[in-house]
Ligand binder design. Structure first.
Ligand SMILES: O=C(O)CCC(=O)C(=O)O
Ligand SMILES: [Fe+2]
Length: 415
């Protein structure tokens, strides 16, 4: 091993020796920690490494099938959706030149029981409309966001305050900076820090969240344009309490109809799909699409360096119903494993518009987002002219540097 070079400010031989010993001890501790890491954590670490390591897991690409390793290609199967999604829900958009006629195709991977992947079924204009909804509509009260724990956000929500400011030429009529709340005393819970901090005890986040922000205790005030960069999630429908890990059934919030309609259409089109061997199903999505009731959701807003650590979404009373997840903006690598972190996960590339349906075992599998990729779609750039979305330029500025994930769940069992 190369001799470690102490920093120049350490002059004496003794200081240099101590420094070298510390470095070696740190190295040994890191190595030891790595040895005890779960396969899920190892995959996260390898995917996050800035150096190409030989241990990088291959990335499953359901869109460009030729991009797969031979082994993965053999494990990908095409399945037919029951409907053209646009027929079920016009919000997927009418096929146009920008987005040629959709194929009613979906894909499964034989290592991932219960996951159904639908390559982007949206037109470009429909994606822009959904970005608009995720920023303009879903960030408004009574939906809660990660910012509410730290700031007193006025009712229109941080995004709309930002838009108002950007559109006003007059500094005086600008919405003022928003003050930070007094920091509540930090309390530890059994598995990490208190919800309002949304920082996991490990170096990764339980939600996409800005760690430094969460740890700051200053009372600084921020402009809406600065705060929108700190927006990490909002909750839709039944609001979720991240501390108690239960939904707030006492104050139900109506689920937004557009996101709800999209999810019901997906649940209907994916009904009955599964993995067949010799005419027999190994697994099948038997949940009836018409029984799917969208009751809760999360919109995750990822800046390019954000990650979402491995977790299982298990707070819903109905774990038989599929969870429907839509990606917008930058591509990402998504990891999905099994019932514990000890199952080696599969890495999947998700692009803007892609839809995943988590059913059966996949519904209760560990999953996470270890990496956002630098790949903004051209049709979401700020200079696109879109007469359907007011002030698209501002929306385009946000999404061309971010990824949004909208996921939708049924919470209660069917009557
Ligand atoms: O961003 C994603 O694709 C996954 C989000 C997720 O797993 C969640 O919000 O529970
Ligand atoms: Fe999740």
């Amino acid at each position: 091993m190369e001799e470690l070079q102490p920093p120049a400010h350490l002059k004496s031989r003794r200081q240099k020796e101590i420094w070298r010993k510390q470095q070696l001890d740190n190295l040994k501790a890191r190595k030891k920690a790595h040895e005890t890491q779960t396969p899920f954590r190892i995959a996260e670490r390898n995917l996050q490494s800035s150096l190409p390591t030989p241990d990088q897991p291959p990335i499953v690409d359901f869109v460009n099938l030729d991009n797969n390793t031979r082994e993965n290609r053999d494990k990908i199967q095409e399945v037919e959706l029951h409907y053209d999604l646009h027929r079920l829900c016009p919000l997927f958009g009418e096929s146009d030149q920008e987005c040629p006629a959709r194929k009613q195709k979906a894909y499964i991977h034989t290592d991932i029981d219960g996951l159904i992947f639908i390559p982007n079924p949206f037109t470009a204009a429909a994606q822009r409309k959904l970005v608009y909804n995720c920023l303009h509509n879903y960030t408004q009260s009574p939906n809660l966001s990660n910012l509410d724990a730290h700031y007193d956000i006025p009712t229109p929500g941080v995004w709309n305050l930002h838009v108002t400011n950007q559109k006003s030429n007059n500094e005086d009529s600008n919405v003022d900076s928003i003050c930070r709340k007094e920091s509540p005393k930090r309390q530890k819970t059994d598995n990490g820090y208190q919800n309002s901090d949304l920082v996991n005890a490990t170096d990764q986040k339980s939600r996409p969240d800005n760690q430094n922000e969460s740890r700051k205790s200053s009372n600084s005030a921020l402009k809406p344009s600065e705060l929108v960069k700190k927006l990490r999630w909002v909750t839709l429908g039944y609001q979720y309490n991240w501390t108690t890990k239960v939904y707030d059934f006492d104050n139900p919030v109506e689920f937004p109809s557009e996101a709800g309609n999209l999810s019901v259409a997906v649940a209907k089109a994916a009904e009955g799909l599964g993995y067949k061997v010799n005419d027999e199903y190994r697994w099948q999505n038997t949940y009836r699409g018409e029984d799917f009731i969208p009751e809760a959701g999360i919109v995750n807003y990822y800046q390019l360096k954000d990650t979402l650590m491995a977790h299982v979404d298990r707070s819903e009373l109905n774990m038989e119903a599929p969870l429907i997840s839509i990606s917008l903006g930058h591509d990402c690598i998504y990891l999905i494993g099994g019932p514990t972190r000890n199952t080696t996960p599969t890495a999947i590339r998700l692009r803007s518009g892609d839809v995943m349906v988590m059913t059966g075992n996949a519904r209760s599998a560990y999953h996470g987002v270890p990496k956002i990729l630098p790949s903004a779609p051209t049709f979401l750039q700020p200079d696109i002219k879109d007469a359907q979305v007011d002030d698209w330029e501002l929306y385009g500025e946000f999404i061309s540097k971010a990824r949004i994930n909208l996921n939708i769940r049924q919470v209660n069992k069917c009557e």
